[in-house]
Ligand binder design. Structure first.
Ligand SMILES: [Zn+2]
Ligand SMILES: [Zn+2]
Length: 274
């Protein structure tokens, strides 16, 4: 019994890496459920961002029409016209691909021909490069009219807001929440798939001992908790699942709020406890 527990408790480094990946995938599934619950907020944000973009685009094209021939040491008017073309190309990518490049993703299926991939790469590069080039031009311009410089500055400002709202904020929020769940410091509301009440309390507590918890394969258990990836110490209580996987009690208790399976082997906690 002791040798079986020792064998199952020990894991090769590669296996351990795979296990950590499994834990991360599980956590991401949990996050997807949480995001789906806030779908109304996501939809509102998208509608607001699109409306803002259309208003700014419409206004900037009016500025272009009335200040196209203003004297300017930088081609800011051209940049205002370019951003309009870039947004149009982005929104009509499918139509351009079908009618100009003779490729329909639904009818022709994968793989995409080279001409379509080149077109996509060019469209994305233009969208990414525009704010950088426009920013440099804006910094160097000395004789441009206020109307042109304001229009370019507003578009660049909106670009920055888009990047923050669409990319940076969700990435930071997801990272922080995942980290808190991992460390057992965030109690998500009990989900339908949560473990039964008192599941953690029913597990045996292990005494910490450097000889039993080490990475080199000589110990009975791994040296670190697969949920928070922190090394086991005598300060945080360690519990053992009946499948012989060991975790911090606080980590497992957080985990059991959203899942009823062992974070490593995915065994159902009720089945293994009974
Ligand atoms: Zn832990
Ligand atoms: Zn397990």
């Amino acid at each position: 019994m002791a040798s079986a527990s020792s064998r199952e408790g020990r894991e090769e480094p590669l296996q351990r890496e795979a296990s950590r990946l499994a834990v991360r995938t599980n956590l991401e599934q949990v996050m997807n459920v949480a995001l789906a619950r806030h779908s109304r907020l996501v939809m509102c944000t998208v509608v607001m961002l699109l409306t803002g973009m259309l208003l700014i685009l419409f206004w900037s094209q009016m500025v272009f029409s009335s200040h196209e021939f203003d004297s300017c040491d930088q081609p800011l008017a051209l940049m205002i016209r370019l951003i309009f073309i870039i947004v149009m190309v982005q929104t009509m990518q499918k139509a351009i691909s079908r009618h100009c490049l003779c490729y329909d993703a639904v009818e022709d299926g994968p793989p995409e021909p080279l001409r379509v991939r080149v077109f996509r790469a060019l469209a994305v590069s233009a969208a990414v490069l525009w704010p950088l080039v426009a920013g440099v031009m804006l910094l160097q311009s000395k004789t441009c009219s206020k109307a042109l410089t304001t229009a370019v500055a507003v578009i660049i400002g909106y670009y920055v807001i888009l990047v923050i709202v669409v990319l940076v904020l969700p990435a930071v929020a997801l990272g922080v929440v995942l980290c808190l769940i991992r460390r057992g410091r965030l109690r998500l509301p009990r989900m339908p798939g949560a473990a039964p009440e008192g599941a953690v309390e029913s597990l045996p507590v292990l005494e910490f001992d450097t000889g039993r918890f080490c990475e080199d394969g000589r110990g009975e258990f791994p040296a670190s908790c697969a949920v928070c990836l922190e090394t086991f110490t005598a300060q945080k209580e360690i519990v053992k699942m009946p499948c012989n996987h060991v975790f911090h009690r606080s980590c497992l208790s957080g985990w059991f709020q959203v899942a009823r399976t062992c974070p490593l082997c995915r065994g159902d906690v009720e089945q293994v406890i009974v």
